[in-house]
Design a binder for this molecule. Structure first.
Ligand SMILES: C[S@@+](CC[C@H](N)C(=O)[O-])C[C@H]1O[C@@H](n2cnc3c(N)ncnc32)[C@H](O)[C@@H]1O
Length: 243
């Protein structure tokens, strides 16, 4: 079923920056379609990743794509779905995957950098529009890294960690699957811990402080994490297991 603009959830962030340079515009036009999740209907594992994958992971709001691109390189036998509304971020992911940036001579056919497997699919729109297309227990991991904190109380309903989204994340994760949230914001940290404690579908895996104050073993640093570190904020890494 096609949604009209009135049916779509309201999105409060930015969809476009002021400038997208020429190489990035070309990547969005000529390379992104190779990765893009479009169409309608339930996602199918074999159609998305015909090469066969051992796990499927989702990253919500991948920003400039460093974590998504890094995880996909480290796990060539996993499939990754990335959702991001901000076009400049999607274009940056394309640069990381192809090596094409401003000043690079554009080849006739734009392909992945050598050594990369074709294991990323991109939904370049609001993640909430993709939820309904993901089958139950489809995913092994869901990453939500440095989400917009919306720290003011009156904006709390805009936070991605909320009962509606958690219901969907619980549905699409396999039992035993992991929902990982990272944040450098105190308000978001306590908000998330409270929401997750109330949710009977999840269990916080931390056994002691060092579990959540340090980067997990398979971690790849993100742009917002680097910014937080430069500005003296210490991120936390919260893993919740789908019961
Ligand atoms: C603060 S940035 C963090 C980006 C990245 N995860 C990082 O750590 O560098 C949050 C990102 O989430 C994206 N975002 C927010 N809500 C979203 C939604 N509903 N669907 C897809 N992306 C979303 C924003 O466009 C933005 O790029």
């Amino acid at each position: 079923m096609l949604l009209t603009d009135n049916d779509k959830p309201k999105f409060f962030g930015r969809r476009k920056g002021r400038i997208i340079r020429k190489a990035k515009t070309t990547l969005l036009e000529r390379f992104l379609p190779q990765l893009r999740i479009s169409g309608e209907g339930l996602l199918d594992k074999d159609a998305l990743f015909p090469q066969g994958v051992r796990q499927i992971c989702l990253e919500i709001g991948f920003g400039d794509g460093q974590h998504l691109a890094g995880q996909a390189l480290n796990h060539p036998d996993y499939g990754f779905i990335g959702a991001e509304v901000f076009q400049n971020g999607v274009a940056n992911l394309c640069t990381l995957l192809t090596g094409i940036k401003e000043g690079t001579d554009l080849p006739e056919k734009i392909t992945l950098l050598p050594g990369r497997s074709d294991n990323i699919r991109v939904f370049d729109d609001d993640m909430r529009l993709l939820f309904a297309r993901i089958p139950d227990a489809f995913l092994d991991k869901v990453f939500l890294l440095f989400p917009d904190p919306w720290p003011k109380k009156r904006h709390a309903s805009r936070r991605f960690v909320n009962p509606d989204n958690l219901k969907e994340i619980a549905r699409i994760l396999k039992p035993g699957g992991i929902f990982r949230v990272a944040t450098d914001h105190k308000v978001y940290k306590s908000w998330t811990l409270r929401r997750m404690k109330e949710d009977p579908n999840f269990r916080w895996t931390a056994a002691c402080g060092s579990d959540w104050k340090h980067e997990p073993a398979d971690w790849v640093r993100t742009k917002y994490q680097m910014k937080a570190l430069r500005e003296g904020r210490r991120p936390v890494f919260l893993d919740f297991e789908r019961i």
